[in-house]
Ligand binder design. Structure first.
Ligand SMILES: [Zn+2]
Length: 263
């Protein structure tokens, strides 16, 4: 059995300050080590549930957060562009998991809530419903009939995942104290929660239905300022301008991850 673990950095255990997203800091180096630890706990849970092949994607920023030498020997890091989408599309992938998640923009007490760009994306809506990166991951996995079975992150991310995906397994490793700080649970407890949730999620994969929005799907993006919207429309002329700060596009079918983005 093959599974795929997507990762982000904001919702990783032990990461509790916005400063840790700055790659020049000691706190960032620590966050990257914790990223490997959370992936390894998730990998162990997948193996407990019978997975034989565990693919991992370094999804934060442009990747390059993860030291592959720290990874569980049974985990394989996918580094080629688009390789993770090929795994989902292969028909071989039994379950999709996300480690280190954060909530959508505009969520109260959610550590580093945003969608794609903290500086530019104000609201992202799928068929009229506000959404974030968890929904984006669910849509691409669902497009290939792969169930999204487990999320780890802060409390708000776990809540959001359950609101979108129903009976998904979740592992909360922290609580947001406002946006830029969090209170983390002890690291060994975080690892235990992640391993258990991953195992239960993979075991329950046949009861968790792949997420499929109604198609054709309307995606709407509200940016912070109208000049950001001007630039986006100039770069992607096929976008429809809704108002000063908003654009929309209609997606007839989800084929690749870029279909759920605005890039
Ligand atoms: Zn991130």
């Amino acid at each position: 059995m093959t599974v795929l673990i997507m990762t982000d950095l904001e919702g990783i255990s032990g990461v509790d300050r916005i400063e840790q997203m700055n790659t020049d800091t000691e706190g960032y180096a620590y966050a990257c080590r914790r990223l490997a630890a959370d992936i390894n706990a998730c990998t162990a849970g997948c193996l407990d549930a019978g997975a034989k092949t565990v693919y991992v994607v370094d999804g934060h920023g442009g990747g390059h957060n993860l030291d592959a030498a720290l990874l569980h020997p049974s985990a394989t890091l996918l580094t080629e562009r688009g390789a993770w989408e090929d795994v989902l599309a292969s028909g071989e992938c039994a379950a999709y998991l996300e480690v280190g998640c954060h909530a959508m923009p505009g969520t109260m007490n959610a550590f580093l809530d945003h969608c794609q760009s903290s500086a530019r994306w104000y609201n992202y809506l799928v068929n009229g419903r506000r959404a974030g990166e968890i929904a984006q991951g669910a849509m691409i996995a669902g497009a290939y009939d792969v169930p999204f079975v487990m999320v780890s992150g802060d409390d708000a991310a776990c809540l959001e995942a359950r609101a979108f995906l129903g009976c998904i397994e979740t592992a909360s490793v922290k609580v947001g104290l406002g946006r830029n700080r969090a209170r983390c649970i002890p690291l060994d407890e975080a690892a235990s929660r992640i391993r258990t949730a991953a195992c239960n999620g993979v075991l329950r994969r046949s009861e968790i239905r792949p997420f499929k929005p109604t198609l054709p799907m309307e995606l709407r993006l509200e940016l912070y300022r109208s000049d950001m919207c001007d630039e986006l429309c100039a770069a992607i002329p096929t976008l429809e301008r809704v108002d000063a700060r908003s654009v929309r596009k209609v997606v007839p079918e989800i084929r690749r991850y870029r279909d759920v983005l605005f890039s």
